[in-house]
Design a protein around this ligand. Sequence first.
Ligand SMILES: [Zn+2]
Ligand SMILES: [Zn+2]
Length: 269
Amino acid sequence: MKIDYHTHHERCGHAKGSLRDMIEAAVALGLDQIGLADHSPFFHREEDRPVPDMTMAKSEFPRYVAEMARLREEYKGRIDVRLGVESDYIPGWAEAYGRIYADYPLDYIIGSVHYVDGIHVFSRRRWQQGNTDPEETYAGYLRLLHEAVRSRQYDIMGHIDAVKGVCPHPVRVLWEETVGIIAESDAAVEINTSGLRKPCQAWFPSLKLIELLIWRNVPLTFGSDAHDPEQLAYDWEHVVTALRELGVRELAAFRRRRRTMVPLPSRMI
Ligand SMILES: [Zn+2]
Ligand SMILES: [Zn+2]
């Protein structure tokens, strides 16, 4: 099966194309399942849309879910459309976000840490200031990731080593603790290929970390993190081949917050 569970569209303010454009691109690429998972509104903020180039408005969320549900019906038989959201992990707010999502027929929730010390994890600003310690930034990121996993609000943990994305200095990180926390949580981890578009030019997570996750039986899924229909299923073939070489035969898929495993295709390159 060919799947992609991490896609964005124009609602967030920094992606191209509509939900329909993304689904059409998925059909053209021969995907069996397309997961729509735009950035969650900032439900913890007072304003309706405090950061217009980052997320949709709070008041837009019901329309987002309704449009996804309509398109799922319309495309039935051609492609399986799954309804999701990429939820920011905001310390102290994970449960409140979970209560909001419970009112909607979502198939899955991706939990992502996007902010460390108030600065976006993919912002080069942190490093351009010249006074940021990579070790401290990594430690701060991992603390938040551990909290996010332990909140048990998420079906998929998003781009789990995103902190390396624009970090200019290599940092030695022992991932065993993090992988152990994830393994105990029942969350799946996505292989997110958007890191290839970042300075690190690598998947999230890196191959070594993927090996640790496999060793601890953490279910894996695939997400291109496409912000443009052209980025859909990006590097899928290499991911399939690498996972098969590591002995993986299934990927995690989600329906109404329940995980099922679907077969990974045979090696593609
Ligand atoms: Zn985005
Ligand atoms: Zn993200």
